[in-house]
Design a protein around this ligand. Structure first.
Ligand code: IDP
Ligand code: MG
Length: 137
């Protein structure tokens, strides 16, 4: 089942020079393909749309500030079961709970700065791809 997902490498990943490491893990999965990739400084309006489900939560404002703190890598990845697959590579939200071998488990310590975002369902992927790559068919 070929799918398309949105992946963000968060400002901590870019600042720490982990872009190659993380993209390498994605690229090495058989037959997954990068369909779009850009280093981009996000703005508040984009993040408000992207994180709409979290508005009002105590971590929301610090999360948005963090996501504005430097450029992110925005990318689109296509491939076999790639939505579930990138979530597996990332590991759970809390990097200390994430297993070693996962991106968050190998490189993260605090929940907010957990290196990577990946769409969590087909519905989320469609919604998020429209926000970040409105022209992509
Ligand atoms: P996900 O990125 O694993 O899907 P979500 O629950 O959708 O996790 O939360 C979005 C992002 O918000 C997380 O990746 C993390 O950066 C941040 N976040 C979530 N929960 C907390 C929290 O309890 N404290 C601080 N930041 C959080
Ligand atoms: Mg999420």
């Amino acid at each position: 089942m070929t799918q398309r997902t949105l992946v963000l490498l968060k400002p901590d990943a870019v600042r720490r020079g982990l872009v190659g490491e993380v993209i390498g893990r994605i690229e090495r999965k058989a037959d997954w393909k990068i369909a779009a990739l850009e280093l981009r400084q996000l703005d508040r309006a984009t993040l408000e749309q992207h994180y709409a489900e979290h508005v009002g939560r105590p971590f929301y404002e610090p999360l948005v500030e963090f996501m504005l703190s430097g450029p992110v890598v925005v990318m689109v990845v296509d491939g076999e079961r790639v939505i579930e697959g990138v979530r597996q590579l990332a590991g759970p939200t809390d990097p200390i709970a994430a297993a070693p071998g996962s991106i968050r488990g190998d490189f993260g310590t605090i929940v907010r700065e957990n290196l990577i975002h990946a769409s969590d369902s087909e519905e989320s992927a469609i919604r998020e791809l429209k926000i970040f790559f409105p022209g992509l068919s």
